[in-house]
Design a protein around this ligand. Structure first.
Ligand SMILES: Cc1ncc(COP(=O)(O)O)c(C=O)c1O
Length: 421
């Protein structure tokens, strides 16, 4: 019989259509699944508090946007915006983004190279493929943004973690140094990824002292093998005053330790969809620096070719033109204030309610620790409050929780924690 006329049910199902690895991908995103359920219940008329998704929304649940960003898009020259961007991004963008990522510090900028990337995600991708051999693991905190693992596994790498918090709920520098040491012994090279300030999912920002200890540990390790530090800056504009202290610390990195800054416009310009990001690398040796740049360009060509040109041009004007910059800073300040009020309210209510969470001074998320995360999230869900269960805690998206609803959230959580024990 002609195979095309064969009845559907009789056709042989090829189990080898996909590669072995590709055939077992999960496909669904658990956070989006929870969000979907919350949205369905709300649409059916229930009073639902949905603190799952990672975008800043106003008190009416509408996405917060910055009008100056859209103004900047409107003024992009169509002939430039529609043309391909250079593979590594326009020089003006790279200059502006480097200054932004490195806080204008000449000592770091003078030793840097950069490329435009598809969001911070793209910057993390290029870091992982260029600073780890296939089969090797990156090192990060035990609470971490899930796509680190997706990118690592997708590119034939893996994730290794160290315990992020000590008994005092401060960054566990001893566990960090041990993690670096063990991985270096095991695989002869270490890439560390730290997301600070405003770590997703815990909200934690390393303080200047913790950063200094991190840098000292890396410098010690670098005597025994190649070590690189990537700072994921996704939420950098939402940190408390002084949260750029990491810049002072990384000036003390040994010359052989490259610094990678994964920069993103998604949160800093409330512009998630344009996919504007950058990877900035600070490398002491000029020859090595040029090889790093060439490797990044190769990765750009080997993934998305070139980035969204209109997006790059719009964000460049907001960083480089003083008036536009001041206007967009004013726009952003409103968003930072909105989130700051929610953070303050959470701290005010959650500490007295006995919730266990680390120092939280700003950022889209906070994590409340519990060994019964799945049960706690389920009990909250029964009360119409949606949170994301993690291993060791539940993640709360304050970016999606109006200040007036923080009390309900804290009460639901406190009661669920009591019942789950
Ligand atoms: C910790 C962390 N890093 C990086 C990103 C990258 O975001 P984007 O690719 O939109 O810049 C995100 C986004 O949610 C994040 O939470």
């Amino acid at each position: 019989m002609n195979p095309t006329t064969q009845p559907e049910e009789d056709r042989e199902v090829r189990s080898d259509m996909l590669t072995r690895a590709a055939a077992s991908r999960p496909g669904d995103d658990p956070i989006f699944a929870l969000h979907g359920e919350a949205t369905r219940r709300a649409a059916a008329g229930e009073d639902i508090l949905n603190a799952t998704l990672g975008a800043l929304v106003d008190d009416d649940g509408k996405l917060c946007v910055m009008p100056t960003v859209f103004e900047a898009f409107r003024t992009v020259d169509p002939m430039r915006g529609a043309a391909y961007a250079p593979i590594g991004g326009d020089a003006e963008f790279l200059e502006a983004v480097t200054a932004d990522a490195l806080g204008g510090r000449a000592s770091l900028m003078g030793r840097s190279v950069a490329v435009a990337t598809a969001g911070g995600t793209g910057a993390l991708h290029h870091t992982i493929v260029n600073f780890l051999e296939p089969g090797q693991a990156l090192l990060t905190t035990d609470f971490f943004w899930g796509p680190y693992r997706t990118i690592a596994e997708h590119t034939g790498r893996a994730v290794r973690t160290f315990s992020m918090f000590n008994e005092e709920r401060r960054f566990d520098t001893a566990a960090f140094e041990q993690g670096v040491h063990d991985l270096l012994e095991e695989q002869g090279r270490v890439l560390v990824i730290l997301n600070s300030p405003c770590h997703n999912p815990t909200g934690y920002s390393l303080d200047p002292f913790e950063w200094r200890l991190v840098v000292e540990a890396l410098n010690r390790a670098a005597k025994r093998g190649p070590v690189a530090l990537c700072v994921d800056l996704a939420y950098s504009r939402y940190g408390a005053e002084g949260s750029d202290a990491w810049l002072g610390a990384v000036e003390g990195l040994a010359p052989e330790v490259p610094l990678l800054a994964a920069w993103s416009a998604s949160k800093s310009y409330a512009q998630y969809g344009a996919r504007v990001g950058a990877l900035v690398a600070v490398v002491q040796d000029p020859g090595a620096r040029q090889r790093v740049k060439a490797a990044f360009l190769h990765s750009c060509r080997g993934t998305w070719s070139n980035c969204n040109h209109a997006g790059l041009l719009a964000i460049t004007s907001l960083m480089a033109e003083p008036e536009a910059r001041a206007a967009s800073d004013r726009d952003r300040a409103k968003l930072v204030r909105l989130l700051g009020e929610r953070v303050a309210r959470f701290n005010e209510l959650a500490r007295p309610a006995g919730l266990d969470f680390p120092r939280y001074e700003g950022g889209f998320f906070v994590t409340v620790f519990t060994p019964h995360a799945a049960r706690v999230a389920e009990l909250c869900r029964e009360a119409g409050v949606y949170l994301v269960p993690l291993k060791g805690g539940v993640r709360i998206a304050l970016c999606a929780t109006p200040e007036s609803k923080v009390e309900r959230l804290v009460n639901a959580l406190a009661s669920a924690l009591e019942r789950a024990e």
